[in-house]
Write a protein that binds this ligand. Structure first.
Ligand code: B12
Length: 361
């Protein structure tokens, strides 16, 4: 009979950094999900509402499930953090998006774990793997699998590894002994609440996604509200600020796995460099990374806002001297509106900031 320690050691041998076992519930934290939806915090992520009955109780979706094997994978690399650079012209992309798409990599490892479990159990075993993709609140299960606790920034924090973790769940009908749940160690700290530029962390462990820069740059398909744009700074894909400032990440684990390393210096390019890319060049640069979720049009939109936010340092020349390669995405109405907004901030169409333009002859 396969036991939890065999499962955990096999998980580590497959490249996971942590593995724990959670019961299937019920968990009091899941009741919060409906409240969160009712407050409108999901914004346009309507798939969350559609699967609410399953998310609030895993046993609705998975009546035969008896245990959830939860994995965590460190994706942090030895590269500077967004908050440390302070350069408004450098495009900031979330660390999680620099390398290969975690949905693929973590899923492959979960599938390998499931395959091993089938072989090791010497009998029929039900398994189902999820990485972000299923109606399951992965952070809650990670907490009940003893991997860590849900912090005030709502991220799962492992006391030794930090929070730069991808979570994955393998649901099974094996009745495995569960680990002791992780305990809250945020204490009095409110660094994440204070640092969030859009005040999206409205209360501890409560994110109004409609204000979260991660949502605004990845999930929202329209143009972000004008009043939120200045707070988006140079963030062009996702946001790490609430994790960058977390004291538990000061000594966060670092992975040297090639799959999470930035591709083609993707973490260290300036906004003008990104803007000059043709649509095809941009598409091939982001291929296979999580950034395909936004795609070229939304990235172009985010770049336009970030360029506008660098007014005073960058001028409209960035838009006007973009080169000859096709940029059909610029004609998209949402992108066009954000470019117009950025030009306005930079002082019109001739490239000079407004105060200088009026002073010139
Ligand atoms: C939708 C989603 C988002 C949305 C909404 C995020 C949010 N905080 O709700 C957006 C697009 C904003 C987002 C952003 C990010 N995401 Co995301 N996202 C998800 C997804 C698909 C569902 C999360 C969800 O349902 N949110 C709604 C809330 C209500 O549910 P919840 O987050 O599970 O929260 C539960 C607990 O926090 C609980 N709770 C527990 N204790 C307490 C205590 C109190 C007092 C309260 C009030 C509540 C509470 O309430 C909820 C359950 O009812 C999950 C994958 C999954 N299936 O779980 C990934 C996931 C959470 N995301 C992940 C990542 C990496 C990110 C980003 C870091 C990406 C980036 N750099 O831009 C940011 C982090 C922003 C942040 N601070 O959360 C990882 C998180 C890993 C980790 N260490 O926690 C996940 C688990 C994906 C994965 N498989 O690894 N994400």
């Amino acid at each position: 009979m396969v036991g939890p320690s065999d499962i955990k050691s096999h998980a580590l041998s497959l490249g996971f950094d942590r593995c724990g076992i959670a019961p299937v519930g019920p968990f009091p934290e899941l009741a919060f999900f409906d409240q969160w939806l009712r407050r409108g915090y999901a914004g346009t992520m309507s798939y969350l509402g559609r699967s609410a009955s399953k998310r609030r109780d895993l046993r609705v979706a998975e009546p035969d499930a008896r245990s959830v094997i939860v994995t965590a994978t460190v994706y942090n690399t030895d590269r500077p953090h967004a908050v440390d650079t302070g350069d408004p012209t450098r495009a900031v992309i979330s660390r999680y998006a620099w390398g290969d798409d975690y949905h693929v990599i973590v899923r492959q490892r979960l599938d390998a774990l499931a395959e091993w479990l089938h072989r090791a159990s010497r009998g029929p075993v039900y398994t189902r793997a999820y990485v972000d993709t299923g109606p399951i609140q992965e952070r809650v299960f990670a907490q009940y699998a003893g991997i860590g606790w849900i912090g005030k920034n709502s991220c799962l924090i492992d006391p030794e590894l930090g929070s730069w973790l991808f979570l994955g769940c393998l649901i099974t009908d094996l009745d495995l002994p569960a680990d002791a749940p992780g305990t809250d160690q945020c204490g009095e700290c409110t660094a994440c609440l204070s640092a969030c530029p859009t005040s999206a962390i409205v209360a501890p462990a409560t994110i109004d996604a409609t204000r979260c820069i991660s949502y605004l740059t990845i999930e929202l398909k329209k143009a972000p509200a004008v009043e939120l744009r200045p707070s988006m700074g140079a963030l062009v894909y996702g946001c790490d600020i609430c994790q960058d400032v977390c004291p538990w990440n000061r000594r966060a684990a670092i992975s040297d796995a090639p799959e999470w390393l930035p591709r083609d210096g993707i973490d260290d390019r300036d906004l003008a460099w990104w803007w000059r890319l043709s649509d095809d060049e941009m598409a091939s640069l982001i291929e296979g990374t999580p950034m395909t979720r936004a795609g070229v049009v939304l990235l172009r939109r985010n770049l336009a806002i970030a360029i506008g936010n660098a007014a005073g340092t960058l001028s409209c020349d960035v838009f006007d001297q973009a080169g000859h390669l096709p940029r059909d995405s610029v004609r998209d109405p949402v992108v066009a509106e954000c470019v117009a907004w950025a030009r306005e901030r930079m002082g019109g169409t001739n490239g000079a900031p407004a105060h200088r333009r009026t002073a010139a002859p």
